[in-house]
Write a protein that binds this ligand. Structure first.
Ligand SMILES: Nc1nc2c(ncn2[C@@H]2O[C@H](COP(=O)(O)OP(=O)(O)O)[C@@H](O)[C@H]2O)c(=O)[nH]1
Ligand SMILES: [Mg+2]
Length: 348
């Protein structure tokens, strides 16, 4: 899965990207920047300190920092290039400048309206085309869905706010419509606004009360500076001096993984490796096994499962977990929960 960082030029996209990556990497101004960002998880840190494995692996998520989307007819070709590359992403992070200006709503609306118009263009062109075609049941459904989209877009409602059936979603998936993508607005504030973070967020939530839409109010430049510090004490001191409880950037990661992409995490532990793996919420044990290797899915026998909290309560001892009946044996159809330690038995 991939997440695109988008927004108006100079809103702080590249700065956010750097804050997420947390280390110096060569950056391009004209081209997109791509990185697999480590998803920090304190549970992995603790599990690793217990099992002392040869290798500790955090889950990662791919973030792409796109060049600013130029407006104006003279740059139409460049604009279209960037826009079409956004179509393939699973979710959007839209950065909004609230550090150089007090008003955040205008820029947010400008960007969103732009995407609404672009979607409308795609939808209307496709509807025109369908008019001339003989409608199979599939195409009839597509037409009905697109008509629904057109009505919403005319009312300036982003498509992710609609209640859609799986069939409706599938019938229009190939278009990669922008406003259908789950979206996190990162409101890029300056340090003076830090005490107002929750106020800003609540205000926006009420005004833009859309489904699949999240807000995070982040002092992006400050976070980028924090992310470069490797010494934990130094970091703590820095955070304290700005009245920040913790790194706000983790909120961006949490919201992206859980609320936009609806992903959960499971852990595997052992002497060789302690590792976090992402999987789609609601997936069964057999399918989850496939996240590690297709052989494990194919030869699936059973999953030994314990929740992280239960495991912690017995000081991470499998022996004690068994005695207390906390370690369960589950079959292929078991729906794996968030933050469980799983060991798969398989036979190939
Ligand atoms: N004061 C301040 N400046 C920022 C902040 N975020 C970004 N900038 C500056 O704004 C300029 C544009 O940022 P950049 O991340 O390159 O924007 P992009 O065009 O969206 O990629 C740079 O000079 C940044 O240092 C912020 O939170 N506060
Ligand atoms: Mg940039």
């Amino acid at each position: 899965m991939k997440v695109a960082i988008v927004g108006l030029p100079q809103s702080g996209k590249t700065t956010l990207f750097k804050a997420l990556v947390g280390q110096e990497i060569p950056l391009s101004i004209e081209k997109e920047n791509i990185a697999d960002v480590k998803i920090f998880d304190p549970n992995i840190v603790l599990l690793s300190s217990v099992f002392k494995p040869k290798k500790t692996t955090f889950a990662t998520m791919t973030f792409v920092d796109l060049p600013g989307i130029p407006s104006g007819i003279e740059q139409a070709k460049r604009r279209n290039e960037i826009l079409s590359s956004i179509r393939q992403f699973d979710a959007l992070i839209t950065v909004v400048d609230n550090f150089s200006k007090d008003d955040v709503e205008t820029d947010l609306k400008i960007f969103e309206s732009d995407l609404i118009l672009l979607d409308l263009d795609v939808v209307e062109k496709r509807l025109e085309k369908l008019k001339k075609e003989k409608l199979t049941p599939d195409k009839a459904l597509e037409q009905k869905t697109l008509q629904k989209f057109k009505d919403a877009l005319y009312n300036e409602v982003p498509l992710r706010n609609l209640d859609l059936t799986e069939e409706e979603k599938l019938s229009t998936k190939s278009f990669g419509l922008f406003t259908l993508k789950p979206t996190l607005f990162v409101i890029n504030i300056n340090e003076e606004k830090i005490p107002k973070r929750s106020e800003i967020k609540e205000n926006l939530r009420q005004k833009f009360n859309y489904k699949e839409t999240e807000f995070a109010v982040i002092p992006v430049l400050l976070e980028e500076e924090i992310s470069k510090l490797s010494n934990e004490d130094e970091k703590r001191e820095f955070l304290n001096s700005y009245n920040l409880e913790k790194e706000a950037i983790n909120e961006v990661l949490d919201l992206t993984i859980m609320n936009l992409l609806h992903l959960n995490v499971f852990y595997t532990v052992g002497e060789d490796e302690v590792r976090a793996w992402l999987f789609e919420e609601g997936l069964n044990a057999k399918k989850v096994a496939g996240k590690i290797h297709s052989d494990i899915e194919r030869g699936f026998i059973a999953a030994e499962v314990i929740s992280y909290e239960d495991f912690k309560s017995v000081n991470f001892s499998f022996k004690e977990a068994k005695v207390k009946g906390l370690l369960r044996i589950e079959g292929a159809n078991y729906i794996v929960k968030n933050k469980e330690i799983v060991h798969f038995r398989f036979n190939v």
